[in-house]
Design a protein. Structure first.
Length: 155
């Protein structure tokens, strides 16, 4: 599925790092950055999460919540969040259904071997649960600047 700005955000219901179910309807009335990343504790994913952590207060001051999503399980997310003191939820999409719904589940080809995995990407969901911004491919160190630029352009 290819999402576009203005589309209704796809439904989701996943467990966070504490085993608590989180879903789309909880985001009503908020502006939320959802970023998709390949794997806990890998260099790029850790840098991305820590940059979001380090800028979390600024993002919140500008009305932006943050949620991370990967295919890792709850136990992995619990360790990842605790180890890096992440102030936001990370959701366990172990069956990659949310990744697929948001266009983050991609086919890759390495040395002639095809496989599927998470494309590092991000989306902003608005208060009315519609897509306000999309980055189908985003670099770990570019996530915060791109979101801050979007905030400046839309405030």
């Amino acid at each position: 599925m290819t999402l576009k700005i203005g589309d209704k955000a796809p439904q989701f219901s996943l467990l966070n790092q504490d085993g608590k179910t989180r879903g789309l309807t909880e985001l009503r009335g908020k502006t939320t950055l959802i970023y998709f990343y390949p794997k806990d504790e890998t260099p790029g994913c850790t840098i991305q999460a820590c940059k979001l952590r380090d800028n979390f207060e600024d993002l919140q001051a500008n009305g932006m919540d943050v949620i991370g999503v990967s295919k890792d399980n709850v136990a992995s997310h619990s360790k990842f969040q605790s180890r890096h003191h992440l102030p936001f939820d990370v959701l366990a999409d172990t069956e990659h259904k949310m990744n697929e719904a948001y266009g983050a589940w991609k086919e890759y080809n390495m040395f002639g071997r095809k496989y599927y995995g998470t494309a590092r990407s991000a989306v902003i969901i608005g208060p009315k649960l519609t897509i306000l911004a999309l980055w189908p491919k985003i670099q770990p160190l570019k996530t915060v600047p791109k979101v801050m630029d979007w905030i400046k352009a839309h405030n």
